[in-house]
Ligand binder design. Structure first.
Ligand code: ZN
Length: 305
């Protein structure tokens, strides 16, 4: 009898430690993020390609993203604006989805959705499909749980510059969005901005440019360590990347650019970038999952939920 009860005790201890372990490592957002869903979002978005800023396709892509967020009952709006570009004025549109939290403070998660003009047979599966697909899938999950802070999903139009990102060329959507939240003073309520760009490369390593908030990159490392994903981050102290996080930095919101700027046929090369090789074969569900986990881990370090 004694022996049996001791055996039962051990069994209970094992069961209890299993349950504790499960709760320590299980996370509703991580568990529910479906990389096949994200990949499908990319397939559906790329049907509007090329989705260049100021074109009918670009506008239809924005409406498509708007409808996807609406289908998750997210409060979503289209932010229309006109801006001058090196080839004249263009009508553009950002898509903004808002999920409120318990506290009136906000975290902004962004991706552009437009494609670089002037490239033959270009669908931009990675640039900007991958980040857009992840954000749509992430919005579905975050809309279903209680959040501490609010989240704003912004899909920027007109990120791509036509003439090497000279001042006033490119980042049109993020610059317009920032101008608005600065003028309305809403920017004072923003804790952080997380930008995803080119995050679906089969051979994934994040560049982590020098112009990223040190507080946020530290938190990213903490998250990566917890998730055993450290090997994917290669900080580059020399590279300064002009991307949609820059206008947020300019108005004082801590911002991070999660980007893999080595998208190519060989390690260290970026020869798929802005070419027809940026296609659905050169991104992977596995990389989408890693990028999503990294982002979710960071959101957890920021106490979003
Ligand atoms: Zn690009």
């Amino acid at each position: 009898m004694k022996k049996i009860s001791r055996f039962i005790k051990i069994k209970y201890i094992i069961l209890l430690s299993f349950i504790l372990n499960y709760y320590a490592f299980s996370d509703v957002v991580l568990d529910n993020f479906n990389s096949s869903f994200a990949y499908n979002e990319i397939i559906n978005l790329t049907k509007y390609s090329p989705r260049n800023a100021g074109t009918t396709n670009g506008h239809n892509a924005a409406i498509h993203i708007y409808n996807r967020l609406k289908s998750f009952s997210i409060d979503t709006r289209l932010q229309y604006f006109t801006d001058s570009t090196p080839v004249g004025e263009k009508n553009m549109v950002n898509v903004i989805g808002t999920i409120p939290g318990r506290i009136d403070r906000w975290i902004i998660i962004g991706s552009h959705f437009d494609t670089m003009p002037g490239i033959k047979n270009y669908i931009g599966a990675n640039d900007s499909g991958s980040s857009t697909g992840i954000l749509i899938e992430l919005s579905r999950i975050l809309s279903e749980i209680n959040l501490n802070y609010g989240v704003i999903f912004v899909f920027f139009d007109g990120e791509e510059g036509i003439r090497n990102y000279i001042p006033g060329d490119g980042l049109h959507g993020s610059r317009y969005f920032c101008k608005n939240i600065k003028e309305s003073n809403f920017y004072k309520k923003c804790n952080a901005m997380i930008l995803l760009d080119m995050v679906g490369d089969k051979d994934l390593t994040y560049t982590l440019p020098i112009n990223t908030s040190p507080v946020l990159s530290n938190k990213l490392f903490i998250a990566a360590r917890k998730l055993d994903l450290e090997e994917y981050i290669k900080p580059n102290n020399k590279i300064f990347i002009i991307d949609d996080h820059v206008p947020f930095q300019n108005i004082g919101i801590p911002s991070i650019n999660i980007i893999d700027f080595n998208y190519g046929s060989k390690n260290g090369l970026n020869d798929f970038w802005h070419t027809s090789k940026d296609n659905l074969e050169n991104i992977s569900e596995k990389s989408l999952k890693i990028s999503a986990n990294m982002t979710i881990g960071l959101l957890k370090e920021l106490n979003l939920y």
